[in-house]
Design a protein around this ligand. Structure first.
Ligand code: GDP
Ligand code: GDP
Length: 436
């Protein structure tokens, strides 16, 4: 089931980043006593009462070159676009400011649920501070303290109440959900159009998402596909839409809902640092991956050029050794026909389950070729192996002592499993567990 998303909005220095870190439960971004500190992560998983959700710190989308009112306005719009529930954060020690009113005005116009939180209420004696904030018009204000971790439970109880009901959202097991991710201008929109060009396009507004987030479904050769969030790629000229943080945020949200992520690389400009970052998110999320080198029409086409580019990709994206590479041009449609078969292959491998008895035969053969190692006179013993999950394929190897499973041996087993079952396009997880 799709997770709900919560966004924190509010003018600078009210404590958004402090609260974000509290809710995420790790100290991941650095909060200093200087306003506008840079934050690394602005989108993360959180959990409350067994409900998983995602949380966005809109303050982390750096618009600091813009006037304050433009910043708060755009951050409020991001929250409206991206979130199911909005936490509107104010500073209990400063009263209502004109920037708070500006945020409020934008939030009134949306029909997203807003929960008002008054931060920096560091003790019970300070609770009376909240009354003034009823005037903002969002009902009961929740007193909280980011630095002391007070009031967050009550706030989250309220937030969770407003999550949309997704119990009747059906996920079609045979359908392949994929997304196109990559830097601005690599050709994502062009490639979506090229893929859809010859098909009857069914555009469906999925409930609970904004007008902008539209998935596109199509059928080809008897298979159903859905492209995640294509309309969201359209540029509409807001300041934040061109920021790197925002494009990463969009990419992460799209990856999360996909089976297969297409990592687009621009053949014309070559591989950039940001390409690797984006690919890293897809890999970490455990999605199947196809690397697409777009704009191949701009390169003098030859077998050598392709080989060279492929070698460069393999060198720069070592963690994606399982991902197939497709060279094409969204513009001329050359080699476009090679793409969907790779998406299907990656999607099928990602969902694949193998039989336990065949799996154990493969492991036994592997052990015969390359016996288990010993560490300090202790020999690793493998009892049996089982696939515990798909999407991505996840295996548990039961052993006498997981400490004895060296990562090089784990890598060896992974390679044997890959050779035997063909998991091209998908990451594979292997865990060693103790069993006596
Ligand atoms: P942001 O700009 O809205 O993300 O605000 P930050 O999270 O960076 O916090 C701004 C300042 O307020 C920092 O100096 C924090 O230490 C401080 N702060 C955050 N939460 C609280 C709180 O609950 N009580 C007090 N007294 N200070 C806080
Ligand atoms: P997006 O920002 O990733 O969605 O990229 P767009 O689809 O908007 O494309 C950015 C620019 O690259 C546009 O000017 C496109 O016409 C151009 N473009 C996209 N695909 C190709 C291609 O295969 N070859 C060439 N030469 N240009 C392309």
């Amino acid at each position: 089931m799709r997770k709900s998303t919560v966004a924190i909005v509010g003018r600078p220095n009210v404590g958004k980043s402090t609260i974000f870190n509290r809710l995420v439960g790790e100290r991941i971004s650095i909060v200093e006593d200087t306003p506008g500190v840079t934050r690394d992560r602005i989108y993360a998983k959180a959990e409350w009462l067994n409900t998983d959700f995602n949380i966005i710190d809109t303050g982390g989308i750096d618009l600091s070159d813009e006037p304050l009112l433009v910043q708060v306005r755009e951050q409020a719009e991001i929250a409206i676009h991206e979130a199911d529930v909005i936490i509107f954060l104010v500073n209990g020690r400063e009263g209502i400011t004109s920037a708070d009113e500006e945020v409020a005005k934008i939030l009134y116009r949306s029909n997203k649920p807003v929960v008002l939180a008054v931060n920096k209420v560091d003790s019970y004696e300070m609770q009376h501070l909240i009354y003034e904030y009823y005037a903002l018009g969002f009902g009961q204000p929740f007193p909280i303290s980011g630095t002391h971790g007070l009031g967050l439970g009550d706030l989250l109880d309220e937030v969770v109440k407003h999550f949309p009901d997704r119990s009747n959202e059906i996920e079609d097991e045979d359908r392949i959900y994929f997304s196109l991710i990559g830097r601005p201008n690599v050709g994502k929109s062009s490639l979506v159009n090229a893929i859809l060009g010859v098909d009857r396009v069914i555009v469906s507004d999925i409930e609970g998402t904004t007008k902008d987030a539209v998935d596109t479904s199509f059928t080809r050769e008897g298979r159903d596909f859905t492209i995640i969030d294509t309309a969201g790629m359209r540029k509409r000229g807001k300041v934040y839409e061109t920021t790197e943080k925002y494009s990463v945020l969009r990419a992460m949200k799209a990856i999360e809902r996909s089976d297969v992520a297409l990592i687009l690389i621009d053949a014309d400009t070559g591989i950039r640092e940001q390409d690797k970052k984006i690919a890293g998110y897809a890999h970490d999320a455990g999605r199947a991956i196809v690397i697409v080198v777009n704009k191949w029409d701009t390169v003098e086409s030859s077998q050598d050029a392709m080989k060279e580019f492929e070698q460069e990709i393999r060198k720069q994206f070592q963690f994606l050794s399982y991902a197939p590479i497709v060279f094409l041009s969204a513009k001329t449609k050359k080699r476009l026909h090679t793409l969907l078969p790779k998406i299907v292959m990656a999607g099928e491998n990602h969902a694949k389950r193998v039989k336990t008895n065949v799996l154990n035969e493969v492991i036994e053969d592997a052990l015969a070729v390359n016996p288990t190692p010993s560490i300090k006179g202790q020999k690793l013993k493998i009892l049996y192996t089982t696939q515990v999950a798909a999407k991505p394929p996840t295996f548990v190897v039961f052993v006498n002592d997981p400490q004895l499973m060296h990562f090089t041996y784990e890598r060896f087993l992974e390679n044997r499993i890959r050779e035997a079952f063909g998991f091209e396009g998908t990451p594979v997880n292997i865990y060693a567990r103790r069993r006596n």
